[in-house]
Design a protein around this ligand. Structure first.
Ligand SMILES: [Zn+2]
Length: 710
């Protein structure tokens, strides 16, 4: 599933997961897969020339100082960014995250190139990451093998009957091909000390359910393109073009039935809506006459007698759709998803076709990322903690961890103060809010204990086999947690990841080493700039514990209502202001107002709340830290005071230049508003901003009416 806008798309996401990330990974992982072929020489993996450099922490060149900061702060801070940062042909856009991703991937590639040469002195982990990379880079061998690596799966699909489907579904899911539904492990929302099985809707080839149902010329065009894409993939998989056309039409009709029974992204923001614990027998009744036991065996689930059903209305409809479909359609559906899931480790024609739809058609990207980037990301996805261990030794040195931890503590102290000042919350709820705040675990850089990959076999000549084994290894590791105590030290992102997250069931905030680099954190940048950049990111993750989803979980990480009814009503009144504000942003202008693609304020509410609250907290923390260290915040550097530099640094987190097609897909699928709305969207609500820039009350960036939650 190459180049789809999905976070960690190789790693199974727990069903109904509510993990809140700073942003979706802009660097989708590459999916691979093959059988051993003896006697084929390896093409040595060549490193690209180093050409990516970190962005400056305080970027005066990107500012447009002809703009009044009180009129449009994004334009003031980032107005020249797009002119200086044309979008590279292999990217959906360029922004601070992608720039750091490129630097980071270049660093990873250096490590991987070194270990990809056969050398008896390599440690077992060095052998695995090096050989995984070498196999992935060897496109000559991948092309030479053709469809051979997936032939066993294709034969199973040819032979499958309806009673045999569940077993094949389980096997495919274990290999990372998510057909019909998704099955995984999660912490029980209402008892976070328990790890339980969970089942969720799934099985779509388009990005999410509304792509099948929305009317309008653009969506009709996407569905027409999808149909042709599916047909071409089936042809490349060996069908005649007449059969492929017929099958593609039937696949779209079949997936549309799954889509119609699926919940929307916005509905899924309510944790109660995706939490339906059931005895296994009850779930099995909902999909009768399908027999679920062979699925559980094939996916390597431990024995279970209950599960969390995230989307109960989906399953009877899924079963009805399967019953009413003919076997030719179901087999073609499975074949298509196998080809697409493994496209990046299959011959180039298939890889190109998959990119052409998911990258070019849906997101407007002209060219595929170069192979070395995709393979570096693939190793990070498959062996992230083996690669990450080497990465942090080289690129997370010195006192970065200590310095970041101090900022985290400052921002937690700021939230403690902030809760005291809230005029809309009762003392009883404040007490519980503080209890939750004090229970947050801070995780910085990398895990204390590294994951053990000793049982994962990696070959230098089996790109697709490596991928299949790594996916199955991760699937088994996840499912093996069911019924066991929670490992609080576990990370949900790899150390090189340029992102961060809050996990409500763990009640922890997590900042991988990958994001603790310039421009987000720069040891030489000074307080104001670092608190504006990474400080706001830390505040963002912390505030997720108290956004529309996070506030429903308590200090232990359990879904339980700790709010008085009137405090909950006050919270909702305040967040409805935020929904309205962001819902008024035009993301992609249309020919007429009715064709405008708007930001969905309901979908982005959690992220917007986190951006706004996070910036308030980072500012309080910055002022406190400056006071403690005797730093004169009024002293100008580059012509700006400390508070001004703080806010400019924050806005520059969101400098971007993106393709309209990519923004369109983001707005329709992603709970994060497009980057540049995240600057002004939060700035207009900041109590400290108007004073820092001398903005008159009533100016566009200091409106008389604004929104404030935290
Ligand atoms: Zn977030």
């Amino acid at each position: 599933m190459n180049d789809r806008l999905q976070p960690n798309d190789r790693l199974p996401q727990p069903a109904g997961s509510t993990v809140c990330r700073l942003l979706f990974s802009l660097a989708p992982c590459v999916v691979l897969m093959v059988l051993p072929v003896a006697g084929i020489a390896q093409t040595p993996a060549k490193a690209p020339p180093a050409h990516y450099v970190p962005a400056p922490a305080f970027d005066t060149a990107s500012m447009d100082t002809s703009v009044n900061p009180c009129d449009d702060f994004y334009k003031f801070s980032c107005g020249n960014y797009a002119a200086h940062h044309p979008i590279p042909s292999d990217q959906a856009g360029v922004d601070q995250f992608y720039t750091l991703y490129n630097v980071d991937t270049q660093d990873l590639n250096g490590i991987l190139t070194r270990y990809s040469a056969p050398n008896p002195d390599r440690t077992p982990n060095q052998q695995k990451i090096g050989d995984y990379y070498a196999a992935c880079m060897n496109t000559a061998l991948i092309n030479q093998k053709g469809l051979t690596p997936i032939e066993p799966l294709l034969h199973q699909i040819d032979d499958v009957t309806k009673p045999g489907l569940p077993s094949l579904m389980g096997e495919l899911q274990r290999d990372g091909v998510n057909v019909f539904l998704s099955f995984g492990e999660q912490q029980d929302f209402k008892d976070s000390s328990k790890q339980v099985a969970a089942v969720d809707q799934g099985g779509l080839g388009l990005p999410e359910r509304d792509y099948y149902t929305r009317t309008g010329a653009k969506d009709q065009q996407i569905r027409a393109e999808y149909l042709q894409f599916v047909a071409r993939m089936l042809t490349l998989g060996g069908e005649s073009s007449a059969d492929a056309q017929r099958d593609a039409t039937n696949i779209l009709a079949f997936e549309t039935k799954l889509a119609l029974a699926s919940m929307t992204n916005t509905e899924r923001r309510d944790p109660e809506a995706v939490y339906h614990p059931q005895p296994l027998a009850t779930f099995e009744q909902s999909i009768a006459p399908m027999d679920f036991a062979p699925f559980l065996d094939a996916v390597h689930s431990p024995k279970i007698d209950s599960l969390i059903n995230a989307s109960p209305k989906f399953f009877p409809a899924m079963e009805a759709a399967i019953q009413s479909a003919d076997m030719d359609t179901l087999r073609a559906y499975l074949r298509f998803h196998v080809l697409s899931s493994f496209a990046s480790q299959l011959p180039q024609a298939i890889d190109d076709e998959d990119f052409n739809f998911y990258g070019h058609e849906l997101r407007g990207i002209p060219a595929q990322r170069p192979r070395w980037k995709r393979c570096s990301s693939a190793v990070d996805g498959a062996l992230g903690e083996a690669l990450g261990q080497v990465y942090v030794e080289h690129y997370f040195a010195g006192d970065s961890k200590q310095k970041t931890l101090q900022m985290v503590h400052d921002i937690e102290a700021a939230m403690d103060q902030d809760i005291d000042t809230l005029d809309w919350m009762s003392p009883a709820t404040k007490l519980l809010a503080k209890q939750k705040l004090h229970a947050v675990t801070d995780k910085i850089g990398y895990p204390d204990k590294w994951r053990d990959y000793s049982k994962l076999i990696v070959s230098p000549t089996e790109a697709l086999g490596n991928d299949e084994r790594a996916t199955a290894f991760e699937n088994d590791r996840e499912l093996n947690k069911i019924g066991k105590p929670v490992d609080k030290n576990e990370w949900g992102m790899t150390p090189p990841t340029v992102n961060a997250y809050y996990d409500p069931s763990m009640n922890d905030i997590n900042f991988p080493a990958g994001i603790l680099q310039p421009p987000f954190y720069d040891p030489n940048a000074g307080l104001a700039v670092n608190y504006g950049h990474i400080g706001a990111v830390i505040g963002h993750e912390l505030t997720h514990g108290f956004d529309d989803e996070g506030r429903k979980f308590d200090a232990k990480g359990d879904l339980s209502n700790w709010w008085t009814p009137s405090d909950a009503a006050n919270f909702k009144a305040r967040t409805s202001c935020v929904v309205k504000e962001y819902g008024s942003f035009v993301a992609v202008p249309g020919a007429t107002a009715k064709d405008n693609v708007m930001v969905n304020g309901k979908l982005t509410l959690g992220e917007d709340t986190a951006d706004n609250g996070g910036l308030v907290l980072a500012y309080i923390a910055y002022l406190d830290r400056a006071r403690k260290e005797g730093i004169d915040i009024h002293k100008k550097i580059d012509g700006y005071t400390g508070p001004q530099r703080f806010y400019i640094a924050f806005a520059q987190n969101w400098c971007e230049n993106s393709r309209p097609a990519a923004i369109r897909q983001q707005v329709l699928t992603d709970p994060h508003a497009p980057d540049h709305f995240r600057a002004n969207g939060a700035i207009v609500n900041q109590p400290g901003f108007a004073a820092a820039f001398g903005c008159k009350k009533g100016s566009p960036m200091a409106p008389a009416q604004n929104c404030r939650v935290w």
